[in-house]
Design a protein around this ligand. Structure first.
Ligand SMILES: [Zn+2]
Length: 278
């Protein structure tokens, strides 16, 4: 499933063709949404926001198109009248005079009023967005040490959208490796230094991934690996997907484990700490 940085990049792409443009033609593929086609036609898009893995396309009449891509949904933007060459189901088509923003395959799509956005069950359940520019390390520490989260294993917490929205599977492995923390450790076991290190890495790795289109390795290291002829998939991560390869820090082999029914990658040596001593 795409994670926060990928959703935000898709939102930026959609925003580039829609924001401040009149939407002159609207087609909504799901039957219950047909009735909104008329109400959105001729309106302008004011913003394309994300909340975790949900995208909110806001119109100037107060309506919001809510979409969650789950595993399969995919946005395309094209210059009109071109359409992508795909066998996928078209769910949303928003056409400006010059461009089209098209959502294929997603099924979790709604048109909401402002009130509907405020009471939406998913939006109400999720935590602050991991890419929210106003989110601070202190707030993350506060969440880590709160009653709801402090007794959860980090490996499970770092997939939970109620903890931080937009977090996901590759970010989980990369953040815990960078913070030198064992996925089985719980926030309640971490000392002040470890908590702060984790909070800082949470912010810096997710923001870096957004800036660099999915590269979580520090820029200098990514550049060196690229120069050695490594592919994007090979150079982008420090630990994710690197089972059996040497840890970049200590040369021990990277291990794969299943946690929360998803693959987690870790270095048993670097991440031996449960945070009490380091
Ligand atoms: Zn290591």
């Amino acid at each position: 499933m795409p994670e926060g940085p990928e959703i935000r990049l898709a939102a930026d792409k959609v925003a580039r063709v829609l924001v401040d443009q009149p939407v002159v033609e609207v087609a909504l593929g799901l039957a219950p949404l047909k009735r909104f086609e008329k109400r959105l036609t001729g309106r302008r898009v004011t913003a394309v926001d994300t909340r975790g893995k949900a995208m909110l396309t806001r119109f100037d009449n107060g309506l919001t198109l809510y979409s969650h891509n789950q595993l399969y949904g995919r946005w395309f933007t094209m210059r009109r009248p071109k359409l992508p060459d795909t066998g996928r189901q078209l769910r949303v088509a928003l056409h400006t005079p010059s461009h089209s923003a098209l959502l294929y395959s997603a099924s979790d799509i709604e048109v909401l009023s402002e009130h509907g956005v405020r009471r939406h069950p998913f939006l109400n359940r999720i935590g602050p967005d991991i890419l929210d520019a106003t989110l601070t390390a202190d707030e993350i520490i506060e969440r880590l040490t709160s009653r709801s989260f402090r007794n959860r294993a980090l490996g499970s917490l770092y997939l939970d959208q109620a903890f931080l929205a937009g977090n996901g599977n590759y970010l989980r492995s990369e953040i815990l490796w960078a913070a030198r923390l064992n996925p089985s450790a719980k926030p309640t076991q971490l000392n002040e230094t470890a908590l702060r290190r984790l909070a800082k890495q949470t912010l810096s790795i997710s923001r870096r991934s957004y800036r660099t289109r999915g590269v979580t390795a520090p820029p200098k290291q990514a550049k060196e690996r690229k120069a050695l002829g490594m592919s994007y998939e090979q150079y982008r991560f420090q630990v994710y997907g690197r089972e059996g390869l040497d840890c970049y820090e200590c040369a021990a082999p990277i291990e794969r484990r299943t946690m929360g029914s998803r693959n987690l990658f870790l270095c048993r040596v670097c991440q031996a700490s449960s945070g009490r001593t380091r």
